[in-house]
Design a protein around this ligand. Structure first.
Ligand SMILES: *Cc1c(COP(=O)(O)O)cnc(C)c1O
Length: 398
């Protein structure tokens, strides 16, 4: 018998849960796009986005998903033939490298594998080599959603400084912004890319590229930047439509305004500590399940785990079996494993991820964990006991 009828829960690492307040903000007729309230609203969105990113610099808004944001960031910083160093900790790092490569950038990948964060000492070592001054940029992913690894971005900047490296530091915060602490100006980040559908609780379809004045200066050396991806008119528009390179994505903007209000009402510090607290509850449960059976957290050291997503392995075919059981029986959808085994390989079925980014609270996390426990029991997947008690104990901490 299925028990899934009721409110479904998409517990995947993006798109994340859309709050009712965000959905309701979208329930309105097409607004006047020539001026008035919409224009005034966009002018309030820009400073609020910068507040979340902790920057006094610039932001360009694009009507696209994160992949478009990746492309926009590269289009304004790197020219065909330029060299860049990409620090990979999972599938998304490789994805960004692929996009830059297709744009003619010569990307060297420094790969830290799928279980360890960026090692700043190795970055420093690579940047001290004589040929390293050729890198125009160092690109990194703050939280790689495929592995759930979180890397120390400030340490990457320190490694660049120690090597006297003049390149731009470019960071993908698509999974992390609004979930894991990030400080663009404090950490010396030149370019940061994010999207609407993760910590920002808005439907997929908006991307944001934040850029420092130094990055804006660097852009001037490029002989051309394509019309649509050019960040200049979007960040410094003379006409309202220039914000978007065309028609404003009206309803996404209504949604985003509501989501930013929610972040503001709760308080960014509180939002971040809520994510940290809920993440610890999930890890506590997983540690207990794994004490007796095949469940393993992908990232051994809690200091390197994201607060937005948790990747785990269960062994094939248990990962897929558990996900299917939760969808069909419990109305909960868990994330697939990404980049841990090639699609088509039986090992692909050994992984799953839990998204806990954005509009997520204690009862949602305990609900997911409770249904995972039920699924492990129903499917006879060996697991340790006491997981739910352990999670509840973490939730109960002050
Ligand atoms: C989700 C995600 C992306 C890709 O975003 P899309 O909107 O799916 O294009 C890139 N990087 C990271 C770290 C992500 O979490």
């Amino acid at each position: 018998m299925s028990l899934r009828h009721g409110r479904p829960y998409l517990a995947i690492p993006g798109p994340s849960v859309m709050p009712d307040r965000v959905l309701q903000a979208m329930q309105q007729p097409a607004p006047n796009i020539y001026g008035g309230a919409l224009q005034d609203m966009v002018e309030t969105i820009v400073p609020d986005l910068k507040r979340v990113a902790r920057t006094r610099h610039n932001v360009a808004i694009y009507t696209c998903n994160g992949h478009g944001g990746w492309e926009a960031a590269v289009a304004n910083t790197l020219a065909p033939g330029d060299k860049a160093l990409l620090l990979a900790t999972g599938r998304f790092g490789h994805g960004w490298a692929e996009i830059a490569g297709r744009m003619g950038v010569e990307v060297e990948i420094l790969d830290f594998g799928r279980a360890q964060p960026i090692d700043a000492a190795r970055v420093a070592e690579r940047l001290q080599a004589p040929d390293a001054q050729d890198f125009r940029a160092v690109m990194a992913v703050h939280v790689d959603t495929s592995t759930s690894l979180r890397s120390d971005i400030a340490a990457v900047r320190q490694a660049m400084n120690a090597a006297g490296h003049p390149g731009l530091l470019m960071v993908d915060c698509i999974a992390s912004l609004g979930c894991d602490a990030f400080d663009m100006d404090g950490w010396g980040v030149d370019v940061m890319v994010t999207g609407s559908q993760k910590g920002l609780m808005t439907p997929p379809g908006l991307a944001f590229v934040f850029f420092s004045d130094r990055a804006a200066e660097n852009r001037k050396r490029l002989s051309q930047v394509s019309y649509y991806w050019d960040w200049e008119p979007r960040a410094f528009p003379e006409e309202f439509y220039q914000y978007f390179g065309g028609t404003a994505p009206t309803h996404h903007l209504f949604a985003l305004r509501a989501a930013l209000d929610m972040l503001h009402d709760e308080g960014l510090e509180q939002v971040l500590s809520r994510h940290a607290h809920l993440a610890r509850a999930i890890w506590a449960a997983m540690d207990r399940w794994g004490a007796c059976g095949p469940m393993r957290l992908n990232v051994a050291d809690p200091a390197h785990r994201s607060h937005a997503v948790t990747a785990a392995q269960l062994g094939a075919p248990h990962g897929t079996a558990l996900r299917d059981w939760l969808t069909e029986k419990a109305g909960v959808t868990l994330g697939i494993g990404l980049g841990m085994a090639p699609p088509g390989d039986p090992a692909w079925h050994g992984f799953f991820r839990i998204g806990h980014m954005g509009h997520v609270n204690a009862h949602m996390v305990l609900g997911v964990l409770g249904t995972v426990e039920a699924g492990l029991n129903a499917l006879d997947i060996p697991h340790g006991t006491g997981a739910l008690e352990a999670a509840a104990a973490v939730i109960a901490e002050g």
